[in-house]
Design a binder for this molecule. Structure first.
Ligand code: ATP
Ligand code: MG
Length: 559
């Protein structure tokens, strides 16, 4: 789909893996997905999950799910639980390979001691502010810390005392001794360990020093025998540090790091750090808020894991900046649901219709196929009677030329039922239309022979008043009014689309939908794909989310 994706489904990273296996450089590919449990996974993570787990599956390798839990202050068990739930919902199985950076704290500590012994790391007493000052800038080299030449024995002693809890947070850091003049800021003696007197959700109070990301990540990769350490482009400048760490230490494997561009989705934000800001009163609520592009939000919204995996396959893996249109994600969702969702009828904005020539008290049962292309999905019964509801927008008193739905004196077919004619429009004192009085043509029942096939231009959906199930339906629109709400310095909360959620509380459904179980999908004919909300919906009291409309509604946003 792009220049870097030359073979269908075969991106540059898969090409590297294939070459490495062919050349015998590796006998088996080992990858990992390493989320930090400080937030919920989003659609960008889905890309990374599909890439790492996908490569392992396609090439007969292994993929670890490694929780990168090196910052106890920001991490929570609730995030861990949601991460596991999200990855397995997406359809990936880590088997026995669920690991934590904290599993390796002891080994990391030993690596730090080895670096000190080799004269490659030192304990620095500069304050955080001084360290920043000494670091220099992109155009000026940094300066050596006065502690840089501290003797090895003293470093070992101080590091041991850091670990023993003798010092307060920030008093010392352990730094790698690389090059304060390096053009790459990451190599200007980066911190490897800091003091943090915080309880860790797994190791409790066993540690009061914690390894920094680069150190922990590199060692974890090596200990797990990761062959291809795949990450996003912002880590490109960290790769020399990754390699420096591997060069200094004796570790069981020599992983290589490869970078690809992050997924950005238009009209929404995907950063873990910006999403929580939206979870405030007046914004969008809850960890699985259906409007947020998080894995659990998308599940609740009604996206299937198959659709998301299809999407991740279609966007490809490259090094180019990637801003993907929401319409691509939605077309994957739509294609998937077109296959799996049974059809049904629902009226979201009901207008009453009375068939004046239909005998009072009479009802009948019509039969409707559940899916036009999948007879194995069977059919259902549709009650029909004298009073019905149609969609308010399907009637116009004074319509334009190409309006093929109902108008005064005009005819329309009721889906799976009869042709009706509008005879009279009933209004209230304010002039609002409250009811249509119509007649039906008893010879035009769908599927009942030649006369039934009399043609009219429009067909509309409906529900029978006596059997209708009342329901709440939630309609979603794009979350932001601008394509890149998080670009630049603006307060993106001000760019939230006030119409991104519309609740319709008095919708009417055909009775078969009353039994919908949470998570069940339907296509409401002519309206889109809907899912029974997995949190709020109950049999007999259904609540539906619109997953996606039947057609791409993003064109207007782009135009
Ligand atoms: P955020 O910027 O949202 O806080 P993060 O990169 O800090 O995300 P991690 O938990 O570190 O979140 O992410 C785990 C993995 O997911 C990393 O390898 C990261 O590169 C990858 N990842 C995160 N966001 C995206 C994205 N938008 N597109 C592709 N991969 C992503
Ligand atoms: Mg990160």
């Amino acid at each position: 789909m792009t220049a870097d994706t030359d073979i269908a489904g075969h991106d540059f990273i898969r090409q590297i893996v294939a070459d490495d296996l062919a050349s015998g450089r590796h006998a088996r590919v080992v990858t990992r997905f390493p989320p930090e449990p400080n937030g919920f996974l989003h659609v960008g993570h889905a890309k990374s999950i599909c890439l790492n787990f996908g490569i392992a599956a396609e090439f007969g390798g292994l993929c670890y799910l490694r929780l990168d839990d090196t910052n106890p202050v920001k991490e929570e068990q609730a995030y861990v639980d949601a991460i596991l739930e999200g990855v397995s919902w997406l359809g990936f199985d880590w088997g026995p390979r669920l690991t934590h950076a904290s599993d390796y704290f002891e080994a990391m500590h030993d690596c730090a001691v080895a670096l000190i012994r080799a004269g490659k790391a030192y304990v620095d007493g500069l304050s955080a502010e001084q360290i920043r000052e000494y670091r220099g800038t992109l155009t000026e080299p940094g300066r050596n810390s006065p502690d840089r030449e501290r003797p090895v024995e003293e470093n070992l002693d101080l590091f041991a005392r850091m670990r023993a809890g003798e010092f307060p947070d920030g008093r010392y850091v352990l730094r790698a001794k690389i090059d304060m003049a390096s053009p790459n800021m990451n190599l200007r003696d980066p911190a490897l360990y800091r003091i943090r007197r915080a309880s860790h959700q797994r190791t409790g109070d066993a540690w009061c020093i914690y390894p920094m990301y680069d150190f922990a990540h590199t060692i974890s990769d090596a200990l797990e025998g990761i062959t291809h350490s795949i990450c996003t482009l912002e880590f490109e400048d960290h790769r020399p540090l990754y390699e420096w760490i591997l060069d200094q230490l004796e570790l069981p494997a020599r992983p290589r790091q490869y970078e690809f561009s992050r997924l950005n989705l238009a009209y929404t934000v995907t950063s873990k750090r910006t999403l929580p800001e939206l979870i405030e009163p007046g914004h969008v609520s809850g960890g699985d808020a259906p409007r947020l592009p998080r894995l659990l939000g998308m599940r609740r919204r009604g996206y299937s894991p198959e659709a998301l995996r299809d999407f991740c396959g279609r966007i490809g893996v490259t090094k180019k900046e990637q801003l993907i249109e929401m319409s691509l994600l939605e077309s994957c969702v739509r294609e998937d649901l077109n296959q799996r969702a049974p059809r049904a009828m629902a009226v979201l904005d009901p207008l009453k219709v009375v068939l004046t020539n239909y005998p009072e008290g009479q009802v009948e049962t019509l039969v409707a196929a559940n899916h036009p292309e999948r007879p194995e999905l069977g059919s259902r019964e549709l009650p029909f009677g004298r009073e019905l509801y149609i969609e308010r927008a399907d009637f116009m008193e004074d319509p334009p030329k190409k309006f093929f739905r109902l108008r005064p004196g005009g005819e329309v077919r009721l889906r799976f039922a009869y042709i009706i004619r509008c005879e009279e429009v009933v209004k209230d004192a304010q002039g609002n239309i409250v009811e249509l009085r119509c007649t039906y043509d008893a010879d035009t029942r769908s599927g009942s022979g030649a006369s039934a096939e009399r043609k009219v231009k429009g067909t509309i959906h409906w529900v029978a008043a006596h059997a209708a199930q009342r329901a709440e339906v939630r309609l979603y629109d794009r979350l932001f009014t601008e394509e890149r709400p998080d670009a630049g310095e603006r307060d993106f909360k001000a760019l939230l689309n006030p119409a991104s959620l519309e609740r319709r509380e008095a919708c009417l459904l055909e009775p078969a939908l009353a039994a919908a179980a949470p998570g069940d999908w339907f296509q409401f004919e002519r309206l889109g794909y809907f899912v029974a909300d997995r949190v709020d919906s109950r049999p007999g009291q259904p609540v539906f989310n619109r997953v996606v409309g039947l057609r791409d509604s993003w064109a207007r946003a782009r135009g």
